[in-house]
Design a protein around this ligand. Sequence first.
Ligand SMILES: NC(=O)C1=CN([C@@H]2O[C@H](COP(=O)(O)OP(=O)(O)OC[C@H]3O[C@@H](n4cnc5c(N)ncnc54)[C@H](O)[C@@H]3O)[C@@H](O)[C@H]2O)C=CC1
Ligand SMILES: NCC(=O)COP(=O)(O)O
Length: 345
Amino acid sequence: MPDTTAAKPGLPLAVSIGEPAGIGAEIIAKAWLLRREKALPPFYVVADPAFLESRLARLGLAAPVAALTPESAAEAFADALPVFDPGQPVEDRPGELSGATAAATIAAIETAVRHIRDGRAGGLVTAPIQKSNLYAAGFKFPGHTEFLGELARQLWPGAPHEPVMMLAGPELATVPVTVHIALAEVPGALTGELIVATGRIVDREMKAKFGLARPRLAVAGLNPHAGEQGAMGREDLEIVAPAVDRLRAQGIEARGPLPSDTLFHAAARKTYDVVLAMYHDQALIPVKTIAFDETVNVTLGLPFVRTSPDHGTALDIATRGVADPSSLIAALAMAGRMAAIGARA
Ligand SMILES: NC(=O)C1=CN([C@@H]2O[C@H](COP(=O)(O)OP(=O)(O)OC[C@H]3O[C@@H](n4cnc5c(N)ncnc54)[C@H](O)[C@@H]3O)[C@@H](O)[C@H]2O)C=CC1
Ligand SMILES: NCC(=O)COP(=O)(O)O
């Protein structure tokens, strides 16, 4: 399938505000203040400008906000934090979730994605959402990843819309094959088809968006010791191992199932490019433990670039001004690099 992710060079990245009650506005402004030091690509925020100004004043962050269109954002970026108003006003109430903050969260994501579809933005970087608040407001998707897959299906007819979550840090990248489901549901959800489909997307996208000639995939086992030949669960023998064989038969450099307790130490990490993990925490605990501040959540399998910090809304520190922007800065830098690779492809 042709890669349709090619971004137009020079376009700014669109940054959706995420949950307004959380730390999104703070880390975005802190990233903008470090734009020169970190050589960040130009970006603009999709948010209510009055909300953004109020929050930054509350936190004492000296980032001048300029309400602009995406077309004027790149030029303005040097001197002001550009913001595009998606038309969904929200009050500045740190730590307070509501239906209004859920609506503002969703409007920002949808608006940013439409800007990319319309050739006005080069990629999407999302600030964190509060999933529970969106669910309470009737949101039907587990998270951004699946919502963006649905927006891609609607807005890019015929283009790939098979979203796959990858957490990528300086030393480790992992992909959870099953994602936001209860642990008790994992064995039932894990199928050979899902592992093969995920592995194929990872292989394709690591080539197209990360420039790897031959990505090495390490496939984790589900059970302790990858099942110990069936003595500790039969899924590794009956589901994971045949899926790895199918990936290899398709020319993909995959191996496994590998015991996950010995898959993440320093020497093991040098033997692969990406781990396919069988469930959420198997994938996210190692990356966040090794590099919480530098790991990026990137969605593979979409017709556009999307990255995000690895952390959540951090409501517990939303009034304190102590939020660390490092993971968002890494997400902005990665989106800029991916957009550049896409534009050259
Ligand atoms: N991409 C996204 O939109 C993500 C959203 N979430 C959502 O965020 C909400 C809260 O999730 P939690 O599990 O509490 O995780 P969290 O990442 O929001 O917070 C965990 C701990 O880390 C701290 N922390 C997080 N980011 C920080 C930063 N940048 N600087 C300093 N400290 C930071 C928090 O203060 C808290 O003590 C949930 O609704 C979850 O679904 C979680 C992860 C990613
Ligand atoms: N645990 C990762 C996470 O919650 C991010 O999900 P998404 O909103 O990027 O789909």
